[in-house]
Write a protein that binds this ligand. Structure first.
Ligand code: NAP
Length: 275
């Protein structure tokens, strides 16, 4: 007798799957039997994840795209539906933070956060609901918010995550008679490349505290191996993307009558920088 994986026969789309939390979620869903569509702008890392998923017997497809172009989000969902005939899980994860203050901040950086963290997530939710209804799925929509949404003074980035919490709650109400559940996930500080637009001194000091010889410039990305070392050596302050991915997998494998509505996944200590 063969034991089937919990997400066998399901189709999942994950935005921001080229790095960090989204990549870990995509790999967990793929390893649990879903056909995962990984989306992001950086193809190489998504191809690596696809290979890993396929080597463990799963199915994965890579769709490169920019979520700030709403037509590309709709087309991503269409691609998954055309290829597999269905959509069961949508993870709206792509996001970014520019931590400058409101007084000193740059309007184009605000636009990038508003379009990526809010508008793309809204369009992702809407496209997913239409696709899930069309195939009669017991659907799961997962929105990646942040613990920044638990504080009222978490800057422009935090404001975008307050919006995510509100969108998740409103959509949950809209869909209470549907077979589609909404899970809102609020991670604390997680070791990813999320901090690449933060103050360099902060990141380099963090690296030194972790015993790592790193000297980063603004925009530089750390390798997955370096991020693993950072998470391992800073366990009190930084979670691992897999910690969030396991929580998401738990939520999307519940019976449809059970809504894991809000999840906070964080390391034991908290940092003062919004994340
Ligand atoms: N790490 C944390 O401490 C933390 C804490 C709370 C919440 N979060 C949230 O977790 C989510 C994932 O962040 P992360 O920590 O995993 O950071 P990350 O390693 O920087 O990953 C961000 C992902 O979003 C994608 N992305 C950004 N802008 C995009 C765009 N315009 N079009 C398509 N993809 C885009 C990136 O893909 P590209 O390859 O295209 O750049 C990347 O895959 C975000 O929503 C973030 O707000 C993170």
């Amino acid at each position: 007798m063969t034991v089937s994986e919990p997400l066998e026969g399901r189709t999942a789309v994950v935005t921001g799957a080229s790095s960090g939390i989204g990549r870990a979620i995509a790999e967990h869903l793929g390893n649990a039997g879903a056909h995962v569509f990984l989306s992001g702008r950086t193809a190489a890392s998504m191809e690596d994840s696809k290979k890993k998923i396929e080597e463990s017997g799963g199915k994965a497809s890579v769709v490169t795209g920019d979520v700030r172009d709403v037509a590309q989000i709709r087309s991503l969902v269409d691609t998954a539906v055309e290829a597999t005939g269905r959509l069961d899980i949508m993870v709206n994860n792509a996001g970014l933070s520019y931590p400058a203050s409101i007084v000193e901040g740059d309007a184009e950086e605000w636009r990038a956060m508003l379009e990526t963290n809010i508008l793309a997530l809204l369009v992702g939710c809407q496209s997913a609901v239409k696709a899930m209804r069309a195939c009669g799925a017991e659907g799961q929509i997962v929105n990646i918010s942040s613990v920044a949404a638990q504080r009222s003074n978490s800057g422009v980035y935090g404001s975008t995550k307050h919006a995510v919490n509100s969108i998740s709650s409103s959509l949950r109400d809209e869909l209470e008679d549907d077979t589609i559940r909404i899970t809102n996930v609020m991670p604390g500080a997680i070791a990813t490349n999320f901090a690449r637009s933060f103050d360099r001194d902060f990141i380099n000091t963090m690296g030194k505290m972790a015993g790592m010889d790193i000297e980063l410039e603004k925009g530089d990305r750390l390798s997955p191996e370096a991020l693993d070392t950072l998470a391992e050596n800073m366990k009190q302050l930084l979670g691992h993307p897999n910690d969030v991915a396991r929580a998401v997998l738990y939520a999307v494998t519940q019976p449809i009558e059970v809504n894991i509505a809000d999840i906070v996944v964080r390391p034991p200590k908290s940092m003062s920088v919004p994340h």
